[in-house]
Unconditional design. Structure first.
Length: 103
């Protein structure tokens, strides 16, 4: 599952980086990180849904602990997928610029 998700994040990051470079916007670094890391927002939203509708947790201690761990998990996921996305975009940009034919 992780391998498939990594491949999807890398491929989508390369495609979005290509569109950005095609629009002559060469500042692709941070956008590539945020492209891959955006999945952590969906994980956080699902965590809120899970807490409200699927779990039977209540109380301030359980709520604080759940959301603290959820924030740490989403931050870790943002860093991992952002790194994968950045390296995929970086390799893609190096590949396309090394194969450019200028006459």
């Amino acid at each position: 599952m992780f391998v498939i998700m990594t491949m999807v994040v890398g491929t989508s990051s390369m495609a979005l980086t290509y569109f950005q470079l095609n629009a002559e916007d060469y500042n692709w670094w941070w956008r590539s990180i945020f492209t891959g890391g955006a999945l952590s927002v969906f994980i956080f939203l699902y965590g809120i849904f899970f807490y409200l509708y699927r779990s039977e947790m209540w109380g301030i201690l359980q709520t604080t602990q759940f959301f603290s761990y959820l924030l740490l998990l989403c931050y870790m996921f943002f860093l991992v997928m952002g790194t994968v996305s950045f390296f995929a975009s970086h390799c893609f940009v190096r590949f396309i610029y090394s194969n450019v034919k200028t006459d």
